[in-house]
Design a protein around this ligand. Sequence first.
Ligand code: FYN
Ligand code: ADP
Ligand code: MG
Length: 581
Amino acid sequence: MCSIIELEKEVDSETKQPVLTDGFHLFLDALKLNGIDTLFGLPGIPITDLLRMAQAEGMRVISFRHEQNAGNAAAAAGFLTGKPGVCMTVSAPGFLNGLTALANATTNCFPMILISGSSEREIVDLQQGDYEEMDQLAIARPMCKAAFRVLRAQDIGIGIARAIRAAVSGRPGGVYLDLPAKLFSQTMPEEEGNKSLIKVVDAAPSQRPAEEAVERAITLLKGAKKPLILLGKGAAYSRADQEIRELVEKTGIPYLPMSMAKGLLPDTHELSAAATRSYVLQEADVVVLVGARLNWLLSHGKGKTWGQANGPKKFIQIDICPGEIDSNVAIDAPLIGDVGSCVRALLARIGNDWAKPSQEWTGPIAERKAKNLGKMADKLAERPSPMNFHSALSVVKDIVRDNPEAIVVSEGANTLDFARSIVDMYLPRKRLDVGTWGVMGIGMGFAVAGAVVTGHRVIAIEGDSAFGFSGMEVETICRYQLPVCVVVFNNNGIYKGTDKNASGGKDTAPTVFVKNARYEMMMQAFGGVGVQVTTTGELQQAMSEALASGKPTLINVAIDETVGTESGRITNLNPAKAVKK
Ligand code: FYN
Ligand code: ADP
Ligand code: MG
């Protein structure tokens, strides 16, 4: 608290009253003090005026049509910038709409802060039926990395500081900050209020691995005959791009990028083993996990994916989270720290005399890779009518090659899976997709964030079902005139468009949509460019024009409705029909 003398400095010359500040201003000042200049959200009680004031004070306020998309945008902004993305929602239903994005951010290790207005504690705790009454803090806590509530104006600074540090330190993740409506109108002397604000120092400190851990890893790697480096989205997020490239190229070890690590090295890199994924996972004897978890996407590190018949693998795991080690299988050489510090520590022990893997390992990889790339090239050259996923994606592949700076967003089943192996990425942190959960609905939120925080063009490669989850945000994209090109792979349904209602009834099958839906008219409805295409030539022209103009564009691509596979490449996750009746 400040002294009387100090207080006198703040006295208004006419009224002789202390100059006051309030919760609204303290909240915005705390965000700006910490370099947060963009808010993603949806106005409503009690945050409407707050968003107006934020905009009036020069912050970018991106207003959405559904809070889940605003939350996804904040999460993607966190991944792309390394600073926590901030999503603002109203209480109860708005908070709940943002919760899926908060949980998804936490699962993906993206730094994001969900800030929701809330009802008054004294009414909520007695369950007296307040407007949008909900104990939001209790509900959020299990879904995120940390959760706080601020009740007093003088605590706003510490609340924002704690939320920022929790979101980005260690393993990044989602944080919830609960602000009851009454907080914003609380006043306090301005100078005291300013002193209560905290500028966070070194929010995500580097964490160096222990010497003996580095030694252990180097010894294991030196003894490997068939080493493999596996890059995860944690490696992409770490921004240790040069170190990672040097590790691969100095050791000559083949690498496999998980989907959001694509582009850390160009997918065309000679040491990429992406086109021989099964072979290298089964045959490798020492696997270096770099910011990648041995979760379902990697068959939990066991079973036929890993060719157990060839004997147990040895794992070196670089991760900032100690609790991740041994989560699925024993890790022989854990390296706890941030990717940059860990890789630099390894590089310090890798001299120019490092023995690169022998031809016995790299030879079969190169052979299989050439064969698979050849088979893929043949498929991509086909021009069936109607188009299939391969022919349409061959066009997208070339457009992305010619626009390597563009952000690529991808969601769907077949659309997602085929795009992952067909559309090469050339630069880090340019691909945003369904991530660890495989969640649908991230598309337009991620696309808006990509355009807003990078200023680059965005290409959203969308299954028609996936697009449906967040499609209303095309209005948001048009409203802010964002350079987003949405490419909807329209095969009339989920997986395909030919399922039949087994009862013979008049309802369509659960996976089937309106035939030849005119998605492009949604973009036209809001002043954007909408195009329906039925050939690769038309698709190529529409995408080229969209990338050149930067106008919000939706291209509705007619895809053969018979060609999809149930759940794309994870059809095995569907439970077997046990009893045939
Ligand atoms: C990869 N491949 C290629 C290429 N790239 N062949 C030729 N050229 C290129 N460029 C080969 C690769 O070696 C594999 O063949 C195959 O193509 C598939 O590669 P992919 O996609 O990398 O590997 P795979 O087996 O699908 O990976 C498993 C997975 C992945 C679970 C990590 O399927 C995935 O990330 N799925 C996400 C699913 C999801 O979240 N869906 C959203 C909900 S869908 P082989 O080596 O012969 O195996 C709801 O229904
Ligand atoms: P992917 O699905 O692409 O393999 P995951 O999301 O499974 O990637 O794994 C990311 C891992 O990276 C998480 O275990 C997380 O703790 C870790 N991680 C995130 N950021 C960093 C960082 N800067 N340094 C080291 N590890 C990190
Ligand atoms: Mg579909």
